[in-house]
Design a protein around this ligand. Sequence first.
Ligand code: ZN
Length: 492
Amino acid sequence: MKLATFTHDGATRIGVVTGDEIVDLAAAAPGLPPDMVALLAGGAAALEAARKAEARATGRLKLAAVRLEAPIRRPSKFLAIGLNYADHVRESGLEAPAVPVFFNKQTTCVTGPHDPIHLPRVSPLLDYEGELAFVIGRRCRHVSRERAAEVIAGYLVVNDVSVRDWQLRTPTMTMGKSFDTHGPMGPWLVTADEIGDPHALELRTWVNGELRQHSNTRHLIYDCFAQVEHLSTAFTLEPGDVVTTGTPAGVGGAMSPPRFLGRGDVVRIEIEKIGSIENRGARRDGNGGPDMSRDEDRNAKLAAGRGRLAPIKLAHVVRRTSRFDEMLAWYQSVLGADVVHSDGMLAFLTYDDEHHRIAIARIPGLPDQPPLAAGTDHVAFTHADLGDLLHTYARLKSEGIEPYWCINHGPTTSMYYKDPDGSRVELQVDNFPTAEETNRWIRSGDFAANPIGVVFDPEDLLARYRAGEPIEELRERPPLPTGTTPFDMLRF
Ligand code: ZN
């Protein structure tokens, strides 16, 4: 039986999924508990009642008409085990652990099977882990391996989303495993009877349609039953506890070069006999809790003596143009942006959490801009990594948009474009992972000797990237060609 938690007409309740339909248990069996944990706690009798209600139910909803939530929206525990597939241990460059390595995912990170995964503000190292999870159905302690199946209510799919630097810089891993929205699960709980042997299930993870992980739960080092035995040695397991059983090889951070998740990337995890969850990276942070980072006492805000107050970010750039449609299409394409408003006179474009990063204003009859007049030279946009920059370069080239200047400045690898009005746009990536390292390089003397950079051939860089050359080498600024000065590197 597939048990789901779903929202329909603004109300969240539980149901039984059959085919492309769901039976609303609140309607079909009003005597049953209204939430999943209470239903599971009701044991075999409650599940049997749900099964009977499903069989005779007449009012069925189309699955497509409801929103699936995490089957257990706030588990009492959300435990995860690390390094539990030999191939993943190998790709991590570690030894197989002598005891199961359990850690906590905070229960506030739980999110639905189709909900967005938020990109953290503090790190770009966002990664996926496709995993089988089991759900406890019975309060228990000191459960032997042999009897562990009796306390497992069912199974579901989990994406153990991980922020790698935050995960690895402390031994508990808790921080990097618990960012809000980093515990997608579902799409429903499949009861243990329907799964049969949980250690014979195919598991696959795709990112944007590309298969990244493919394994089978028979390769678990500590299987589900061993995990129940180990955990219940120390503490009571309760109905609704979710234990996710580890991930096989193929995580983005272990790829060469690493491929982390960015905005718009879609992770799909499918497990045999259960189904799939699919979650998209989104540039938002927080799952609804109030962000208090800017919430100071308002009189303190106005008090004298606080010194210079800097803005918190650059908000937007407005272009005025007589080529409205052309400019709109150009910025949309070059920045991979969405149009959030356009009335034919004014358009707002966005590609992240800002409501508009670029605005295009139509003013008929404007004169063309004189070349190299005083004013803004260019506006620069930073991509997440070199792969994104090169992919964008190739995509734009196929649309007939080519850079007029590609230069490794030292701190950045940059491609300069001209919009239809001739205004300059720089697409760049930082060559060093932190501002500190950039500053160190700037102080090293290389920058003083050549503050402009060295031009490069984008086709050549793309070919080297595709050939798998390490990022550290690709981003390194080559020496000036002999007989040239930095000023020979300028292009206008
Ligand atoms: Zn994991």
